[in-house]
Design a protein around this ligand. Structure first.
Ligand code: ADP
Ligand code: MG
Length: 704
């Protein structure tokens, strides 16, 4: 399917010289992989752009070298002076010279053989690193590079500095990234020539080279011409993909789905509450969409706890009334299971069949589910990413619901959408985070929006307080009193960036600490636990056998344990507002008075202070989202990394809004002139879509 010329880019990163299984694992932590991709590939390195450069271009003589600066010197190796045996406090010194003077290269705790191999006496070497004055002598401790004159090309005079992870050195990444850009083939230009000229942009391949093999330090910045070009490429790919889908959707006159309401009525009878006004309005809008001859693509926005789940169930019930099936996709296994537990009893009363499919259902179990799905025996399938797989075939999927969409990419939504019979299914996307217009446009295209504005009746306010870590013991005393009254507590430990290990350690440590006080009623939940254990822990908490659940942010989305009424968030200063709000939404769902305790480590920075105060001041998700936007600035709102939004890989740049709007118009024009992308530019654009992995869109234009 993908053009063969792109295969070297989509080969595993391990196909690069110097990258073995161990480094591949580190790369996996360090690079942003698209959802569903588990092994880093060469192409992922292309999008891992440097954040700056080390300038090694200064090539002074030893006499002119400026202490405290990075310099590259060409010297002759004079003499080795290893430390006395058994004394590793004394460094290994290698004296070198040029025509103007001497410099000592200094190594602490180094293997003698290594130095001897690198710096044979009498030979010339380029050494590059920080020069320092030590008494009367000039020295360079642990040169970054020691290179023979004939291999001078290997020395990056402008060395790109990459975001790294523990254990992964800049040198390794540099070497891998260089090989990756060398694999980029020459593409036919997919951008409009006049537009490129107006922006001063160069071609795709050259742009990548300028960033990964810079010759100008200015280029390594997200405002630079090469970076902006790549950003625009990514945005155009996204807009084209959406445009292609929209075009396909419009071309199809879908069938009308309507029901007699009997399944919905039975579900309503089984509910312990009546629907709110906004739930009813949303359902009416959905029913009208389904009945219309076009395909539904609707976003259901509602704050945490606004009751989206039951709307989803009712929407799927319409499909069942019409003799078809529904699917519900959740971002995590925990959440998928939770949905199953919520829906199963209601489905039972309504006489419909619900099943679960996650990555965990394997072998015979999985086969059985797939068979029942294909025969139409299963009415509603709930699951995770596993629902995307090609062998998951529905008898007749009419309504697909995607929960907490911001965790998924556009492409995955399209993949699920494509699963329905006759070309596609109706899609309802549910999200708790109000999504800014630009994000909507990039990730959803023209979709309709329903909003749940009321909270279900009986919701109690959540008392929110920020608490310094020094007051921890006092907090524990209060929790003890609350537990005596039947309370249950979520205790969230922070996400420490780029280090899953210490993340885990923090949660484990807190768990051990709380167990000392509260004994076996304290459970632990984190991503690295085996799935079965996660379920058991979740079930125990849900049934009240566990009173305190210490967790990493696994619980962030959607978990529903109405009796839990206290949320403690440790290192709350490290979380974004949207995330804090999501977490807090886990409590306040039952009859008890609820609390959210934001534990922070003093002193608070100004922004953190504002964030935590905002949390104390309001529970209104929309207000919080606005404040979030204000505190972060518009561009960063797009930040996939903080918000958990399906990320851009290179497009988070200054001028984003303008570029996006341009890409949107460009895509519209391209598709109106060449809807099947068969003209010369169209052909070139196909490569762009493959490069940015808009695979589902690619599938569409091939079918078209
Ligand atoms: P979210 O929108 O965050 O997914 P849920 O669907 O999980 O919210 O609903 C949160 C809680 O509110 C659940 O316990 C659910 O049973 C309850 N709920 C939903 N709708 C109503 C309603 N109309 N009246 C009372 N409680 C409701
Ligand atoms: Mg939910």
């Amino acid at each position: 399917m993908r053009p063969a010329s792109l295969n070297p880019l989509f080969a595993p990163a391990q196909s690069l010289t110097g990258i073995g299984p161990r480094l591949a694992l580190l790369l996996k932590k360090c690079l942003i992989l698209p959802p569903g991709v588990s092994e880093p590939r060469v192409v992922d390195l292309l999008w891992h752009l440097p954040t700056g450069v080390i300038d090694r271009r200064a090539e002074p003589s030893t006499r002119d070298a400026v202490p405290g600066t990075i310099a590259t010197l060409l010297v002759r190796v004079l003499k080795h002076k290893p430390p006395p045996r058994g004394n590793n406090k004394v460094p290994y010194k290698v004296t070198c010279e040029d025509d103007t003077g001497r410099i000592d290269l200094v190594f602490f705790r180094v293997e003698r053989a290594f130095v001897e191999r690198q710096l044979p006496e009498g030979e010339m070497r380029y050494v590059s690193g920080r020069v320092e004055r030590y008494g009367e002598t000039l020295q360079m401790a642990h040169p970054d590079y020691i290179i023979a004159p004939e291999a001078r090309d290997e020395l990056p005079m402008l060395e790109p500095v990459y975001p790294l992870t523990a254990g992964l050195s800049g040198k390794i990444l540099l070497k891998a990234a260089r090989q990756a850009v060398d694999r980029v083939p020459d593409f036919a230009e997919w951008q409009d020539a006049a537009w490129l000229k107006a922006r001063g942009w160069v071609d795709f391949k050259t742009s990548l080279h300028r960033l990964h093999r810079p010759v100008d330090a200015q280029d390594v910045s997200n405002g630079s011409a090469p970076w902006q070009r790549l950003a625009y490429d990514e945005l155009l790919a996204g807009q084209l993909a959406l445009g292609l889908v929209r075009q396909t959707v419009r071309a199809q006159t879908g069938r009308r789905i309507s029901g007699d309401g009997h399944v919905r009525a039975r579900i309503a009878d089984a509910l312990p509450f009546t629907l709110t006004g906004s739930q009813r309005t949303a359902l009416k809008e959905i029913a009208e969409d389904l009945e219309a001859p076009h395909r539904m693509l609707r976003l259901l926005q509602g704050d945490v706890g606004s009751g989206k789940t039951v709307v989803a169930l009712m929407a799927m019930a319409i499909a069942i009334e019409a003799g078809a099936q529904g699917a519900l996709m959740a971002p995590t296994e925990v959440l998928a299971r939770q949905h199953l537990e919520t829906m199963a009893p209601l489905a039972d009363s309504a006489g419909i069949t619900v099943a679960l499919l996650t990555g965990r259902e394997k072998g015979k179990t999985r086969e059985a589910i797939l068979a029942r799905l294909a025969s139409g025996d299963i009415d509603i399938l709930i699951g995770t990413h596993a629902l995307f797989q090609a062998d998951v075939i529905f008898h007749d999927l009419a309504v697909a619901v995607i929960d907490e969409q911001h965790r998924f990419g556009v492409h995955q939504r399209l993949a699920l959408q494509a699963k329905g019979s006759n070309g596609g299914t109706n899609v309802l996307v549910m999200t708790a985070t109000p999504i800014p217009r630009t994000l909507l446009m990039t990730h959803y295209g023209d979709l309709e929006v329903s909003k749940l504005t009321e909270k279900p009746a009986g919701r109690k306010p959540i008392v929110t307080r920020k608490v310094p870590l020094e007051a921890l013991e006092k907090l524990i005393d209060r929790i003890r009193a609350q537990l005596a009254e039947g309370a249950q507590v979520y205790w969230v430990c922070p996400l420490i960036e780029s280090s899953d290990v210490s993340d885990l350690a923090a949660a484990e440590e807190r768990h051990a600490h709380l167990q000392q006080t509260f004994g076996e009623t304290v459970g632990l939940l984190h991503g690295a636990l085996p799935a079965k254990e996660k379920d058991e822990t979740m079930a125990a908490f849900s049934e009240g056998r566990l009173k305190i659940l210490v967790a990493t942010t696994v619980i962030e989305v959607g978990v529903n344990v109405p009796n839990a009424n206290i949320m403690v968030i440790e290192h709350a200063e490290r979380f974004g507002l949207a995330q804090l709000h999501q977490l807090r939404g886990r409590v306040g769902r039952g009859t008890r008075e609820s609390f959210c305790m934001l534990l922070y480590k003093a002193p608070l920075g100004e922004t953190s202070e504002q964030r935590l105060s905002m949390m104390e001041a309001t529970e209104d998700g929309f207000k919080i989202a606005e404040k979030d936007l204000e505190l972060r600035g518009g561009g960063e709102m797009m930040g996939a990394r903080q918000s958990g939004a399906p990320g851009f890989r290179v497009a988070e740049v200054p001028g984003f809004d303008m570029l996006l709007a341009a890409a949107h118009d460009d895509a519209t024009m391209i598709l109106s002139a060449d809807p099947d992308l068969v003209g010369p530019r169209g052909q070139a654009l196909r490569s762009l879509l493959y490069l940015f992995e808009c695979d589902e869109a690619v599938r569409l234009f091939r079918a078209a």
